[in-house]
Write a new protein. Structure first.
Length: 238
């Protein structure tokens, strides 16, 4: 059975269950919501021939990367509960080599992809989350938020089980360095989007690169004013 990923949320579904763009016949979607969310970006490259272009609008969503770049990249480790209680920082810079298994079994972040900042997540534990014995020490709320589906406001069922994610490593899918400051900004933005879901408001006006990058500048300015001078090194747009 052929399987494809939704062009917006990256949820994998049998090809016959996905909707295909009626114009270019290339992009596929799992729902009308995902198709509407992707349209502001997709329309600039949507044509009957679907020829790729190099326009700035097409560059707003970097290409997915599942093959290693030609060099090691900077990523961030998000510690689980037990490691944090033992003194580990919640976010810690790490170097990800070309041989890292993240390029083989990393999990794309659906919600960060939706606002134009694709991330790849690697669980340090390899147990199947649907079958493993849950352990509160392995809770990782920040990582779980990155696995949120933008169409529902929650992760897939297997990730909602407490105590199954553990510590993770996160990298940018475009191969650019990911700093702790940038990932903190992403996590705060995701929390903002999730608050909209909880309040019964539509978050779709926030799920685009322009809204995200505008938030990044505001958050950077706020952190610097609060005395976190190292945020001055964070480049915006991310």
């Amino acid at each position: 059975m052929s399987v494809q990923s939704c062009s917006t949320c990256l949820r994998e579904e049998p090809s016959r269950q996905l909707m295909r763009c009626s114009r270019c016949k290339t992009s596929v979607y799992c729902s009308n919501v995902c198709q509407s969310t992707d349209w502001p970006t997709h329309k600039s490259r949507c044509s009957p021939t679907a020829q790729p272009t190099t326009s700035l609008s097409n560059m707003s969503r970097p290409p997915l990367r599942r093959t290693p770049p030609s060099h090691a990249v900077i990523g961030v480790t998000i510690a689980c509960n037990i490691e944090r209680t033992q003194g580990a920082s919640a976010l810690q810079k790490t170097v990800v080599q070309r041989s890292h298994p993240i390029y083989v079994c990393g999990i794309p972040s659906p919600i960060s992809r939706a606002f134009g900042f694709p991330l790849l997540i690697y669980r340090h534990i390899t147990d199947d989350p649907t079958n493993m014995i849950r352990n509160p020490d392995l809770d990782n709320q920040m990582a779980m938020h990155l696995l949120t589906q933008p169409s529902t406001g929650s992760p897939d069922a297997k990730w909602r089980r407490a105590g199954c994610i553990g510590t993770v490593t996160v990298i940018r899918q475009d191969g650019q360095p990911l700093t702790c400051e940038a990932l903190e900004t992403v996590l705060v933005y995701v929390d903002h989007v999730l608050d909209l879901f909880l309040d019964g408001e539509s978050p779709w006006h926030q799920l685009n690169p322009a809204s995200f990058q505008s938030f990044c500048q505001r958050y950077k300015d706020e952190r610097i004013k609060s005395g976190y001078d190292h945020f001055g090194m964070m480049r915006v747009p991310l």
